[in-house]
Design a binder for this molecule. Sequence first.
Ligand SMILES: CC(C)(COP(=O)(O)OP(=O)(O)OC[C@H]1O[C@@H](n2cnc3c(N)ncnc32)[C@H](O)[C@@H]1OP(=O)(O)O)[C@@H](O)C(=O)NCCC(=O)NCCS
Length: 195
Amino acid sequence: MEIREYRQTDEIGWVRCRVLAFLDTAYFDNVLQRKESYENPSIELVAVRDGQIIGLLDVEYEQVERSVCSRGEGLGGMIWHIAVHPDYRRQGIGEKLLQEAVNRAIPLGLNRFEAWTRDNPWVQKWYEKMDFETVESYYHLYFDGKEGEGIISTSVPKLNVVHSFAHYTGDNIDQFRGTNQRIHECVCFEKYFHA
Ligand SMILES: CC(C)(COP(=O)(O)OP(=O)(O)OC[C@H]1O[C@@H](n2cnc3c(N)ncnc32)[C@H](O)[C@@H]1OP(=O)(O)O)[C@@H](O)C(=O)NCCC(=O)NCCS
């Protein structure tokens, strides 16, 4: 298994690995057909075995404070994508990708990584094992069909919202419980690099 920089020719393998890795997570329907590219510089790594992409990590990083990260002081990097193919999990591949990214981030003058993830306890356990700390959270809400009526409205005549996705940053999440909509807590993790 080799960890190396992402190349343009990796794109199909990258997309496939990400879809498979997300299938059993709260991001199962967050499917990309193309790899994301970034406005700011980035660290883009892949784990490759027998020519197959089995892991990936993308970090977009700051050259100006708070231009990418949502919080914190000093220059940081945002982990936009971290995924390991389900057949290769718990073999240290995620950790190796992260370590390589940290090794590259420190000489760039970065002091931390930020990452947002939903409420899969085993994924959060990985962040915690990698010395990330939980720093804040808010909610992602999906309203399906009639469930959103009276909550999600539009001012356009004859336009009826069927499905909707919303962010909730308040502290009364219980008002939305009891129906069938999907509710995810979206948690911010932060890892400061230690000298
Ligand atoms: C989270 C993820 C990147 C971890 O990569 P990995 O290579 O499997 O993890 P590592 O081998 O580096 O670390 C393993 C540790 O992570 C935690 N962990 C990972 N998967 C776990 C699981 N299914 N159950 C419990 N703990 C788990 C444990 O602490 C584990 O240590 P242990 O095996 O000694 O108990 C990978 O599982 C993944 O792709 N998850 C789905 C994609 C995703 O949700 N990405 C984040 C969205 S922002």
